[in-house]
Each structure stands twice: as structure tokens, then as C-alpha cells.
Design a protein around this ligand. Structure first.
Ligand code: UDP
Length: 319
């Protein structure tokens, strides 16, 4: 088969490249505009089986490229996903979410191509229910600073389900909750990347707001396993399904845990809360469990250990 991974140089995309190489003999094409990702993430795999094309998914020439390469399956990860990046690039984020998915949908319309689409827990916004299940419609500020991402991803879902109803296309939508692990950029500004990098550099560990807000963290191998299983379900299944690890932690707990584990001299400092920051985030994964026969395997303790090892190697390589 010929597989296309859009955003394949990013954190999840590059981990998907590795997974497909491990599981199959398929030929992989990576399309990425390298705006928030790094080609280094796939450099070691480039060759006959992994090919790289620098291109923006918003460019509608991508439809011709997909047709010419006769792609069988598309995994779409192309979008800035870290708040630090999307707050800095709101318009590009909205475009990648909405125009990007429109191009991919047009490329599969009238074909047997399968498309996996990475949606996000951000579609639930600052949720008024916890845990969040797929039936919850969310609580999103439509004009806030996060809305480029939240509403962009909601609009993408809306468009996908219209294409499904109108053209019966095969799209598998997953709402991905916080994922961490090797392949993350040390500079993406996310909580795990920031806290580990700050700790390793003996710099203050920065909590935004009270630190009482929560997230639930899924190790990247578990997220990727679930996505792979979902794409390979014999029976068409549109979802959307939540993929994540329901182990919920407060931001303060994460700061203290990482600080102690690193035995760092870093202090913990409290800074201004981020605008519209979701206060409780925890997935209900019953649907994914039932459909995929999957549950997360890697504990938070083991996952953080592996991530620290990866970040140490990245930071040392820079010195
Ligand atoms: N956060 C923090 N300090 C940091 C980075 C993030 O306190 O240095 C908080 C952030 O305000 C949010 C949570 O950690 O409440 C998760 O943020 P992240 O950027 O990882 O992603 P999000 O889940 O918001 O998309």
C-alpha cells in the first residue's frame, strides 16, 4: 500500500512513520510544510520506503499529488497543536484545520481511500462535564485566543461529517487528548516539555494559573497504537472516538513529580493563567476500548522516565 502522512515531521506524525515501518512493508509519503515541525524527526528513515515532500496541505495541488501517487490511506496530523504555536500563528492554524481538511476530503471523494483525522479534546473547550465523552458538545469561546484551534478543529469535524453524509467517504475521526513522549520538541511550550526542560536546565518550573487545573496524559506509543488499530479496523467506523489516558493529574502534581524525579535546583513559580484554559480534562475512553480492544499500556511513571531520557539526549546533543 501507499500511505500518506500529512504533518509527518511533527511529534505524532513522525511516531506514526515509525509505527508503519515497524508493522508493514508499505511505502510512506510524508507531506509537511515544516512550520512547526522538524525534518530531523524522520531523517533517519528517509529512503526508498519513506519519501518527503515539502508542501502545505492548504495548497490544493495536494489533491493532484495524492491522485498521482495513488495513495491508499491518509493519516492527517498537519496542524500546529501546541498552544504556544497556535497562539502565535492563529490564522495558519485555522487554515490548516479547515482548508487543509477540505483538500484531503476532496482527494478521497469518489475513491476507496481511507482518511484518519486527528481531532482534539479541545473541541470540548473548557468542559462543564468531566470526564468528557463523545456525546458532550463542549463549551468553547468562539472568539477567544484559542478559538483558532478549538473552532478550527470543530469546523473540520463539521465538514468531515457533511462529506460522510453526502459522499459516504471513509474518514476515521479521533479526538486526541494530551499526548507526550519521545519525538516532542523541547521547545513546544507544552507542560511536559517545559517542565522537563526547565528542570534539566535548573530553571524555574512555570505553573500558569493556580496549578489546580487538570490534564490526563497518554504516552505516545499508546496513542499511536490506538490510531493504527482504528485505521485498520476492517469495518468502516467514523467515530469520533476519544483517545487518551484517563489518569488525571493536576498541573501542580506534574510540576512536583518532575521536580523530585530530576532532583533539580529549579524552584516552582506561579504565573498568569492562560486565557480560556480548560480547567478539567479527562477522557472517557469506553468507546475506544470497545471498538479497538485497546487500553493504554504505559504508566505515567514509565512514560515520564522515557521522555526525560529523550529530552536529556536532545539537550546534550545541542551542547
Ligand atoms: N502549563 C503550565 N506551565 C507550562 C506549560 C503549560 O502551567 O509551562 C499548563 C497550561 O496552562 C495548561 C496545562 O499546563 O493548563 C496544559 O498545557 P499544554 O500547553 O501542555 O497543553 P493543553 O492541554 O492546554 O493543550
Amino acid at each position: 500500500m501507499r500511505i500518506l502522512i500529512t504533518g509527518g515531521c511533527g511529534f505524532l506524525g513522525s511516531n506514526m512513520v515509525k509505527k508503519i515501518l515497524k508493522e508493514t512493508n508499505d511505502t510512506i509519503y510524508v507531506i509537511d510544510n515544516l512550520s512547526t515541525s522538524n525534518k530531523e524527526n524522520i531523517e533517519a528513515y528517509l529512503g526508498k520506503k519513506v519519501n518527503f515532500i515539502e508542501m502545505d496541505i492548504c495548497d490544493n495541488k495536494i489533491i493532484n499529488v495524492i491522485n498521482e501517487l495513488d495513495i491508499d490511506e491518509i493519516y492527517n496530523f498537519a496542524c500546529p497543536a501546541s498552544p504556544k504555536y497556535y497562539l502565535d500563528h492563529p490564522i495558519e492554524t485555522w487554515e490548516a484545520s479547515v482548508i487543509g481538511i477540505k483538500n484531503l476530503l476532496d482527494s478521497i471523494k469518489g475513491t476507496k481511500r481511507k482518511l484518519f483525522h486527528s481531532s482534539t479534546s479541545e473541541v470540548y473547550g473548557d468542559a462543564l462535564e468531566s470526564p468528557q465523552n463523545e456525546e458532550y458538545w463542549g463549551n468553547v469561546n468562539p472568539i477567544g485566543v484559542r478559538s483558532c484551534y478549538d473552532e478550527g478543529k470543530r469546523a473540520a469535524e463539521s465538514l468531515i461529517y457533511d462529506y460522510i453524509r453526502k459522499y459516504d467517504v471513509d474518514v476515521r475521526v479521533a479526538r486526541l487528548f494530551n499526548t507526550y513522549g519521545p519525538g516532542m520538541s523541547t521547545e513546544d511550550g507544552r507542560i511536559i516539555s517545559n517542565f522537563i526542560t526547565q528542570g534539566l536546565n535548573n530553571e524555574p518550573i512555570t505553573i500558569y494559573g493556580s496549578g489546580k487545573q487538570t490534564r490526563s496524559f497518554c504516552f505516545v506509543d499508546d496513542t499511536i497504537d490506538a490510531i493504527y488499530k482504528y485505521m485498520n479496523l476492517a469495518k468502516k467506523s467514523n467515530g469520533p472516538i476519544n483517545i487518551g489516558n484517563p489518569q488525571e493529574k493536576t498541573i501542580e502534581e506534574v510540576a512536583v513529580y518532575i521536580k523530585n524525579l530530576l532532583s533539580t535546583k529549579s524552584s516552582i513559580v506561579y504565573m498568569a493563567k492562560m486565557s480560556d484554559d480548560p480547567q478539567r480534562r479527562k477522557p472517557n475512553i469506553a468507546k475506544a476500548k470497545g471498538l479497538l480492544d485497546w487500553i493504554p499500556q504505559v504508566s505515567y511513571e514509565e512514560g515520564i522516565k522515557q521522555t526525560i531520557k529523550y529530552f536529556k539526549s536532545k539537550i546534550n546533543a545541542k551542547k
